[in-house]
Design a protein around this ligand. Structure first.
Ligand code: GAP
Length: 441
């Protein structure tokens, strides 16, 4: 299955649109349509529940996208958040040098390398460092004294608020702070649809532990995070860990693991689990001049906690869910998005078999009764087969059809998307039947 098929379905069915399409699109930014935003919210809500509801020592935070510029000096992003950029002087194409040639970058003679696009040799520039942060200015005057950056990760908002949060919530180490929010990176090569974009959303949880307990905690979080993906219905054979080698480690990391998903374009990272040590807190202490230590009352000691970070990309997880769900059911000549019913954007469609004999009125009443419990839509356009296939493509797990028998015995058919099997269910048992089917999916 190709990524193009997913891109096309996403546009056709209102999951994802290219940004500013009427102006020819805008570099690697995407908009989320009605089904896409609901699917994305359903995924992020499961993550939020997992973190802040199922863990008594993890709390939430929502910090600003713009932060004091010193934050990014302290974090190392101003100096070290760079990608090596290479230009072709012939065709003006632009590449990340480490993606163009994988071998040791120091040893490459760029005059011998061919431009992959125009094929010319000797026209590639030497790599130059390109900072990935988007810059802006605060206030009416644009000068170097009022620079601000759009945050390239949500993590720093957690670090600068961690003591306030700890005090307010009376937390003891180990504890965690979770945040979902936008991050921005001026990626040189943005590609693979919503996989690598310039504006994206992260779901990050920073776990503060006593130094010495960091290795154990990292292992625990690796397992917990991997098991999260089964809740989204992602096939475990399409997930694996990848450990960062010495030359891959970010400037702040002692140890790092990626969770990778097998996309149509190959295995790629959807989440990173990092041991950031006390690097960030020590840096903020240095740059702000404020003590960043926690006080452990029980042992009467102060220390800088180590941080285990779990950092997931919401848009990449969405793409993984879309890729995992896409099923070309050739036997029945239909495309089915096999979403787990827990996260499907629409839970059920209610259809009157015909537009007369009182069936639409009954169908609308059923929709209104089910609405407080599930996301339900009503559809009376076209043949019943066409209506079902439309919903198969949208990934709607259940179809409820009101027919003439309904007027006699108050029952309807409940169709199951994947098998297309149908049960006869009493209207007053629909909520239970749907809940049971969701539970046992
Ligand atoms: N705070 C640590 C951090 O930001 P990262 O590995 O650079 O680590 C974490 O990013 C996650 O954010 C990645 O696993 C990925 O899912 C997502 N991500 C990073 N850059 C992205 C981009 N340009 N577009 C979409 N998602 C991105």
């Amino acid at each position: 299955m190709s990524i193009e098929k997913i891109v096309s379905l996403c546009k056709r069915r209102g999951f994802v649109f290219q940004s500013s399409e009427i102006y020819g699109g805008f570099g690697a930014i995407y908009d989320y349509g009605p089904l896409g935003i609901t699917l994305k919210k359903n995924i992020s809500q499961l993550w939020w529940r997992d973190m802040t509801q199922l863990h008594e020592n993890i709390v939430g935070l929502d910090s600003g996208i713009l932060m004091h510029p010193k934050t990014w000096e302290a974090s190392g992003h101003v100096n070290a958040f760079n990608d090596p950029l290479v230009d072709c002087k012939e065709c003006k194409s632009r590449y990340r040098s480490d993606e163009l040639v994988e071998e040791d970058q120091e040893k490459i003679d760029w005059t011998t390398i061919q431009c992959p696009r125009c094929g010319t040799k000797g026209k590639l520039t030497e790599p130059r460092q390109f900072n990935l942060m988007f810059k802006t200015n605060i206030g009416p005057v644009e000068d170097d004294n009022n620079i601000a950056y759009l945050r390239p990760e949500t993590a720093q908002g957690i670090y600068v608020n961690y003591l306030l949060t700890q005090n307010a919530m009376r937390l003891k180490v180990p504890f965690g702070i979770a945040q979902i929010g936008k991050a921005f990176r001026n990626e040189i090569v943005a590609r693979n649809f919503i996989f690598r974009t310039r504006e994206f959303e992260q779901m990050e949880m920073q776990y503060f532990v006593k130094p010495g307990e960091d290795d154990k905690s990292l292992n625990e979080w690796k397992e917990k995070r991997m098991s999260f993906y089964s809740q989204l219905g992602i096939d475990s054979s399409k997930l694996r860990f990848h450990e960062h080698g010495k030359n891959e480690l970010a400037h702040y990391a002692k140890e790092a693991w990626d969770i990778e998903f097998e996309f149509p374009f190959g295995w790629s990272e959807i989440e990173g689990i990092h041991n950031r040590t006390d690097f960030d807190l020590a840096q903020h202490e240095k740059f702000s001049g404020k003590k960043m230590e926690v006080f452990d009352q029980q042992n009467n000691e102060r220390f800088l906690p180590f941080i285990i970070e779990t950092s997931a990309g919401l848009n990449r997880i969405l793409l993984a869910v879309l890729s995992n769900a896409y099923w070309d059911d050739k036997e029945n000549n239909r495309i089915v998005m096999k979403f787990d019913p827990k996260i499907a954007p629409i839970t059920a469609v209610v259809c009157p078999l015909v537009k007369k004999d009182g069936l639409p009125e009954i169908a609308r009443k059923i929709m209104n009764d089910l609405k407080p419990h599930f996301k339900i839509i009503y559809d009376q356009q076209g043949s019943i087969g066409k209506r079902y296939y439309r919903q198969d493509e949208a990934g709607t797990p259940f179809g409820i059809t009101v027919d003439h028998q309904t007027t006699e015995d108050q029952s309807v058919t409940l169709r199951h998307r994947d098998t297309q099997s149908q049960d006869r269910v009493a209207i007053d048992q629909l909520i239970k039947s749907i809940n049971d089917s969701m539970e046992n999916y």
